[in-house]
Write a protein that binds this ligand. Structure first.
Ligand code: UGA
Length: 433
């Protein structure tokens, strides 16, 4: 999230240039707007440009020399799960042969990357500091302003101090000065651990359904223990986005490459994809065993509320499965950008509109707008069997039931009449104990 870092540093009084190579995105930034949904950032952007503390540039070479170059490019997954470092590589090669400074790595890179980059850059007079970011989409500028911690990794204490000094006195948070490898691993481990919490509670949700418990109560009780804490225990159809899926894969691949199999992480990833199949299976069963020709509404496409991002959203997996099973799908989302299906999948302007004639609605992102829909007004417009499948625990199920819908959830403790057949036998002999 380079733009959030740039805006924050400019707010602090530094002279900042944001290098954006994509001409379309750059022209949006230059016009004083932000080409993605990031409300607080969008609010500040124009003023920073007008004050002249923030400038746009199209190439790294145009902004050199400068004291520090913060790299915040994408590191998406390659087909084998490893991180694609080509954008990082491209910026680093731009720095080679130019007047030196400090290269500050904000992008999430596999541990080991910084050690080789710093050796390479040192030959050209550049210092190297790993300074991973912990920003959430939709809250990126808030997270810059109020970070939980600053992690600064370098083999050279002076370089670390220079990066710390950038924050001045304004940011009063714990600062961890460490090595490059520890900083790199701390970032990936943090994301992997949060993903693990989500997969853990999702498995408890499946077990809740089998024993008649409510996973929200289970999570509430667990979260009251200070050692556990309440966050990242919301069960549903799994995590998505541009970070958790690719970072868990990258860490898992690294472990394999280094001969350290990350067993827990592998299960985290497996459980995550199982959750989408579980919801599909439950709805299919409620429809009598087939989606073929069924009219299905889908509410929520972004990977979480508060963003317009659909990258690796569980919703896309669900919609693709519905299409593969020949359902007629109509979608609604208040913010999602361009969708991959074209005319094959119509997009309703309002959630209510998408329910007309639908046999089932699948709620896949917990946008607040869906809680505001009045069940008694819309359920009569649906076709039998009027299924409401809440994949995020986002709705008041009783209101929908009273209005005549059949409500399906994940972890609500309602009998679902199924056994999860995908599970590996959890017995001592199966585990080699
Ligand atoms: C995540 C981390 O939270 C940030 O700290 C990190 O900096 C960022 O990745 C990154 O590496 O850049 P983000 O991708 O914006 O941030 O999304 P989160 O808010 O963490 O949510 C991730 C996914 O987990 C979403 O799909 C969300 O719906 C899901 N989730 C989250 C659950 O299913 N249950 C929960 O209880 C919490």
């Amino acid at each position: 999230m380079g733009a959030a870092s740039a805006a924050f540093l400019a707010e602090l009084g530094h002279h900042v240039s944001l290098v954006e190579r994509d001409p379309d995105r750059r022209s949006v930034f230059e016009a004083g707007q932000v080409p993605f949904r990031e409300p607080l950032l969008a609010e500040h952007w124009r003023a920073l440009l007008e004050r002249g503390v923030l400038r746009m540039a199209s190439a790294v070479g145009d902004v050199l020399p400068c004291d520090q170059v913060w790299i915040a490019v994408g590191t998406p997954s390659l087909p084998d799960g490893r991180a694609d470092l080509s954008q990082v590589e491209s910026v680093v090669s731009d720095l080679e042969g130019t007047p030196g400074g400090i290269c500050v790595m904000r992008s999430t890179v596999p541990p080991g990357t910084g050690t080789s980059l710093s050796t390479r850059l040192a030959k050209h007079g550049w210092g190297y500091v790993a300074h991973p970011e912990f920003l959430r989409e939709g809250l990126a500028l808030d997270d810059m302003e109020r970070p939980s911690r600053l992690v600064i990794g370098s083999s050279d204490h002076e370089l670390s101090e220079s990066v710390k000094a950038v924050y001045g006195e304004q940011v009063q948070v714990p600062v961890v000065l460490t090595t490059v490898a520890s900083a790199e691993l701390a970032k990936l481990a943090s994301n992997a651990f949060l993903a693990a919490r989500v997969s853990f509670i999702n498995e408890m949700a499946l077990l809740s359904d089998a024993v008649g418990a409510d996973v929200r109560v289970v999570a509430q009780v667990m979260g009251m223990d200070e050692r556990i804490g309440p966050r990242f225990l919301e069960a549903g159809i799994g995590y998505g986005g541009s970070c958790f899926p690719k970072d868990t894969r990258a860490l898992g691949s690294l472990g394999e490459d280094l001969g350290v199999p990350l067993t827990i992480l592998r299960s985290v990833i497996e459980v995550n994809s199982r959750m989408q199949r579980v919801l599909i299976r439950r709805v299919r069963q409620a429809l009598g065993g087939s989606f073929s020709g069924a009219s299905i509404a889908v509410w929520g496409l972004t990977f979480k509320p508060g963003t317009d991002d659909v990258r690796e959203s569980p919703s896309l997996t669900v919609v693709n499965s519905l299409l593969a099973e020949h359902a007629n799908v109509i979608v609604h989302d208040p913010a999602a950008g361009v969708l991959p299906w074209g005319a094959q999948v119509p997009r309703a302007k309002e959630p209510e509109e998408s329910l007309i004639g639908a046999q089932a609605v699948l709620v896949l992102t917990a946008w607040p707008a869906y809680q505001r829909v009045v069940p008694a007004e819309v359920v009569p417009s649906m076709q039998m069997p009027r299924i409401v499948a809440d994949g995020r625990g986002a709705l008041r199920a009783d209101d929908w039931r009273h209005a005549g819908a059949t409500v399906i959830g994940i972890g609500t403790g309602q009998p679902v009449g199924e056994r999860v057949r995908e599970a590996t036998p959890f017995r001592a002999e199966a585990l080699g104990a």
